[in-house]
Design a protein around this ligand. Structure first.
Ligand code: NAP
Length: 245
């Protein structure tokens, strides 16, 4: 059985490692190629876009892929819709590995918004020092907010041709600990956070630190996902696959 994992997440790395241990299964991971030095998954790796849903369908057919597992980030919606369409077109098995959203708990001060653009409009008036933890691709909507100072954290630097908000760029890769997140918020005198509702443990510490400090989080909600089979964690995805071997 030939399995293609659409990657770009820690879950995709863990999934490739587990699937590679199954007998009679060949695993390959596809990366978009955004990160300069990605963590290398076990098994074969290919890098770069496919050219939309049609390009992906052609690739799947050409490489004799039997199972497509979409383990992309919950905010990589375009890829997920392309994957669902391509799997339907060539009629192969398709699973989405979607980790659960973070749920707001008592003492969380979340302002939930539908997009990064909406987040830029929703930053509380009183917050003048803001921690942007949304990666590097969608920083431009914050550039017009010249009365704010932004701490921007991403794995790689943003593209040089995009307008950048005023502030400091911090290049770092999770997971992050509660102690380090607490220190960071205090050191830079942060007053509000902008985050995507990515879910998972690797970046949850900032949510706890904000809760402790009574800090507001502008939380970007997830985009709509296509219908289809889903697993909420790596072990469940492996079980799903085993049942189909
Ligand atoms: P996206 O908007 O859903 O996808 C844009 C295009 O990038 C897709 O149409 C596809 O190009 C290509 N692409 C995306 N994921 C790919 C993959 N795994 N393999 C090959 N091509 C891929 O995706 P995005 O939000 O830019 O995310 C890009 C990558 O970064 C994803 O792999 C995702 O898992 C990872 N990531 C994203 C976020 C986030 O917040 N968006 C956070 C962490 C990691 P073609 O149409 O040409 O095939």
């Amino acid at each position: 059985m030939r399995v293609l994992i659409l990657g770009g997440t820690g879950d995709a790395i863990a999934l490739a490692a587990q699937i590679s241990m199954l007998a009679n299964v060949t695993v390959m991971t596809s990366l978009a190629g955004r990160t300069l030095q990605p963590v290398a998954p076990v098994g074969n790796v290919r890098v770069g876009g496919f050219g939309g849903a049609d390009g992906l369908a052609a690739y799947l057919r050409e490489h004799g892929i039997d199972v497509l597992i979409d383990a992309t980030h919950p905010f990589a919606a375009q890829m997920s819709w392309n994957a669902a369409a391509a799997a339907t077109t060539i009629d192969i098995l398709h699973l989405m590995l979607v980790r659960p959203e973070w749920k707001k708990v008592t003492d969380d001060r979340w302002l939930e918004v539908e997009s990064v653009e909406a987040a830029a409009q929703a930053i509380p008036m009183a917050a003048k020092r803001v921690f942007l933890t949304i990666g590097r691709q969608q920083l431009a909507p914050f550039a017009p907010l010249t009365e704010c100072w932004f701490l921007m954290r991403s794995i790689d630097p943003p593209a040089s041709d995009l307008p950048l908000p005023k502030g400091k760029l911090l290049l770092d890769r999770g997971p992050f600990t509660l102690d380090s997140e607490r220190e960071l918020l205090k050191k830079y005198e942060i007053e509000a956070i902008v985050s995507k509702n990515s879910g998972g443990d690797a970046t949850y510490a900032k949510i706890i630190a904000a809760r402790e400090l009574g800090m507001s989080i502008v939380m970007v909600q997830r985009p709509a996902m296509p219908p289809g089979a889903r697993a909420s964690d790596v072990d469940s995805a492996v079980q799903w696959l085993k049942q189909r071997l």
